[in-house]
Design a protein around this ligand. Structure first.
Ligand SMILES: NC(=O)c1ccc[n+]([C@@H]2O[C@H](COP(=O)([O-])OP(=O)(O)OC[C@H]3O[C@@H](n4cnc5c(N)ncnc54)[C@H](OP(=O)(O)O)[C@@H]3O)[C@@H](O)[C@H]2O)c1
Length: 247
């Protein structure tokens, strides 16, 4: 049975992916800092239609080495790891300040969460990922490639995550490495990024989640992909290749 680690699974894109994979029979190891919200988000998933998968919740902060070690230890019963989704992320101050006045201590926190913690998890989980010929999804942003005023902290951290992903693809060819840009999503983080704005017109995170499922089913070469690269039409029967995400 395929197994995934998803960080930041209590809401937004992480929760959408947890629900989608659980419904396809995957076992999951999921985290978020707020234990109650995480438990509520995955409640009933292990008995969801589609599968006998086991859902293990490990509340904690991805920047905490002991928490990351607990995630790694939780893989042992499953005996395999097919997917690591580094999704948990820190926006930084809201509203976001220009770089000339960006608080450096907060910038350090943004890099700890968005760059160093994902790499630390990759280092811990590289062996089981390689053994399974698995996949790593590092969730990126258009702020990694496009320059927007105020987005220099978060955006540069996501750019660093993109580059880590690209280099890892050259160093560890037995694993598929994806930097995935989900596009705008109607989530708590998005509302914090645009305080006071009406974001009700943005797509919900399940739209980007469905695109990511299609990407994982296609199992393209390692690289940087956007949700818009995998629109609904690409789910046509017969287009799926590689180990099936759906089963
Ligand atoms: N929303 C957008 O428009 C958008 C656009 C481009 C890229 N993205 C990226 O997409 C990903 C998902 O974003 P989202 O909008 O779905 O976020 P979200 O709805 O705010 O959810 C974030 C999740 O991460 C958890 N989390 C945050 N910090 C954590 C930490 N230090 N340790 C463990 N868990 C943590 C949160 O739970 P707790 O608070 O309980 O920890 C929550 O479960 C992020 O990587 C984000 O940068 C989002």
């Amino acid at each position: 049975m395929p197994t995934a680690v998803i960080t930041g699974a209590s809401q937004g894109l992480g929760r959408a992916m947890a629900r989608a994979l659980a419904a396809r029979g995957w076992s999951l190891i999921v985290d978020a800092r707020h234990a109650g919200q995480l438990a509520a988000a995955v409640s009933g998933l292990s008995t969801a239609a589609g599968g006998p998968g086991v859902v293990t919740t490990i509340p904690g902060d991805v920047t905490d080495p002991a928490h990351r070690a607990a995630i790694a230890a939780a893989i042992a019963p499953a005996g395999r790891l097919d997917l690591l989704m580094n999704n948990a992320s820190r926006l930084g101050p809201s509203p976001q300040p220009p770089l000339r006045s960006y608080p450096l201590a907060e910038l350090g926190e943004v890099y700890q969460t968005n760059v160093l913690a994902p790499l630390a998890l990759i280092q811990l989980l590289a062996d089981p990922l390689a053994a399974a010929g698995g996949m790593v999804v590092n969730v990126s942003s258009d702020a990694a490639t496009d320059a927007y005023p105020g987005w220099g902290g978060y955006g540069s951290a996501k750019a660093a995550l993109d580059q880590l992903t690209a280099v890892l693809a050259t160093e560890e060819p037995g694993v598929r490495w994806y930097a995935f840009d989900p596009g705008d999503m109607r989530t708590a983080m998005h509302q914090r990024a645009f305080p006071g704005e009406d974001i009700s017109g943005r797509p919900g995170p399940e739209v980007a989640g469905a695109a990511l499922l299609r990407l994982l089913s296609h199992r393209p070469p390692s690289g940087r992909y956007r949700a818009s690269d995998y629109p609904e039409a690409s789910r046509a029967p017969g287009t799926q290749r590689g180990p099936a995400v759906t089963r």
